[in-house]
Design a protein around this ligand. Sequence first.
Ligand SMILES: *Cc1c(COP(=O)(O)O)cnc(C)c1O
Length: 734
Amino acid sequence: MSQTEIPPVASNTTSESWTEITPQALYSKCLTVARNLWWSWHPEVVNLFRDLDPVRWRQLDHNPIALLGEMTPDQVAQRASEVVLYTRINQAHRRLKDYLGNKQTTWGAREGGVLGSKPVAYFSAEFGIHESVPIYSGGLGVLSGDHIKSASGLGVPLVAIGLFYDQGYFRQHLDIEGLQQEEYFDTKVENLPMEPARDPQGKPITVEIDTMDGKLLAKVWLMRVGRIPLYLLDCDVEGNQPEDRELTSRLYGGDVRTRIRQELVLGVGGVKALRALQIYPGVYHLNEGHSAFAPLEVIRERMHDDGMLFEDALREVARCTVFTTHTPVPAGHDRFNGKLTEEHLGPLRQQIGISYEQLMGLGRVEPQNEDETFCMTVIGLKLSRRANAVSSLHGHVSRRMWSNLWPWRVEEEIPIGHITNGVHVPSWLAYPMQMLYDKVIGADWQKEMGDPGIWQKIYTVDPGELWETHNALKSRLLEFVRRRASRQCRRRNEDESTVLAARNVLNPNALTIGFARRFATYKRADLFIQNLDQFASLMEDTTQPVQFIFSGKAHPADEPGKELIQRIANLRHDPRFAGKIVFIEDYDINVGRHLTQGVDVWLNNPRRPLEASGTSGQKVVLNGGLNCSVLDGWWAEAYNGKNGFAIGRGTQHVDSDIGDARDAKDLMSVLSEEVIPLFYDRDADGLPQKWIEQMSNSIATLASRFSAHRMVMDYVKHEYLVAAGGLSSDMSVR
Ligand SMILES: *Cc1c(COP(=O)(O)O)cnc(C)c1O
């Protein structure tokens, strides 16, 4: 979404003149809109906030509450009359009101069945909604954010549960050596669109969780994401031990004890929060293992309320629990030893009347095996009747990975299905592309974007217009990169000539390849330089120039990941690559949006099959970029030979060194034999007709399939409705 280039739209409506509304009323309308994250996926509203003060808007991470906090009502009114904002403010306010009021005619109201009275409770350790709300680290969070935004758009009855991290994830800078530096900042709560959640009596909610060595308290915040309430638990409350007040400060910070305590708060505390709110879900959706303690607390409730026996309660609760697993990397699954597990789950274990061995058995593949630690994925799988992976290939991998849990079943019958991830289209689609779709597909296309049929109309687009739109986005990306690159140099106190060079990096006409993701080693960010000299000769050809933009963080404890960053960031010092390879610091949703909206090619070369799905490439599709990826995750089911590029043929090698070398070779050949020649194959008008054809193919075949709307509809149809139907009737009358 453009924060910079779209000029303020002059209003041609005079009916609502500034005399009819007081500055206070105008200001309060702005604030109402700013306090629901709905604004963040409506470009007209984003641009409205930007136009209040474009410079501060950027400096404040696009946070409208912070921006309004710096302005008085009179200043807002003054600015509104200067750049004609009255109508736009009124319109935004009215649209939000209509959106929130109109729940009856949504897809969710029609198709959501019993969920209307028994909503879905969606648990996730992180939510990536917008760069101004830093409670996410990466892919998992962005997926959760997109899930609830689409649930909002579709009108699916769903409430979301997460943690409030007042420092969030770290902000990244590179020092002069290229080494990652991590900084944490306190988020100002008053600048976030949240308020204390209140029970039906209007009292703020604090939940208590027992552990073997004392109570943990968490207060509950409410954040509004369109029609979806997001409840965030926060341990920074009076009454907690000083160290516990910092328990939820940082995302994925601290040691394993911090981790289990955070997960206790999320799972058990989350269920307690729902109860205090008097929300009685029909479905508990555990997005990844972090929240997998939640069903234990639901079991406790059922035993307490309905006098059920443990085994019966477990069966009932599992029936309404949906578990989504995201990681095919063994190290990615949380595991806790017996001591930590008992310390934190002991009281709950006693209340539900099971022994220590039984509890540990729930987190073990072999319940009796005392050498096995307690695994969150295992308990998630055992306490849910419906489990899914996040792409077709990941489904196969997960069934094999967990087949020991069902030793009597053949692999195909392991009860882990898959629902492939998707992205929230309005959040990731650039405004100029949206306008092109409005024109080519029809103004109402967003209402039907889950229908593959409507996307066929992209073939009627004028190739020149599609190309021009893409190039406008590309130059916006280049401007962003130059601004960031020079700022990075200035911050490192580099000399003026370096700063100046950074301000002019990249060539607007060159094939621009983007690569941004977590710098975990299996993602192999350095695959392209496995053979540096060969790569350099590829980059030498000035008739067919190629350039790269990189971005991504390594986990603070991941030294090899940090070395990878350093190696790539320092390529800028190699004269062969100067001005052609840029590393953008502090990858976040804002950087992600600029990159995925402006690149020609999105590169993804993980070690197959370790990428569960990946979603960044799906954002690229919407904006007319082409994917060039290993056949892993979502790309393994998306690629059809005509809608992008494949690295290798979708095989794996048992020896990862051999596999890496082969993939590096395949990457070089796909770049030099397919990608580069196709991009530079121009007609008399300078248009790469065959390339543009691939852009259209990519949009036509992939945009609807890999949207979060399709994903959420799949969850409703194949998981939620079945799970909610499985509840016994006494639960449903509440
Ligand atoms: C989309 C996105 C991701 C997830 O992308 P992957 O393809 O899984 O790497 C991670 N971080 C940010 C900031 C994103 O926008």
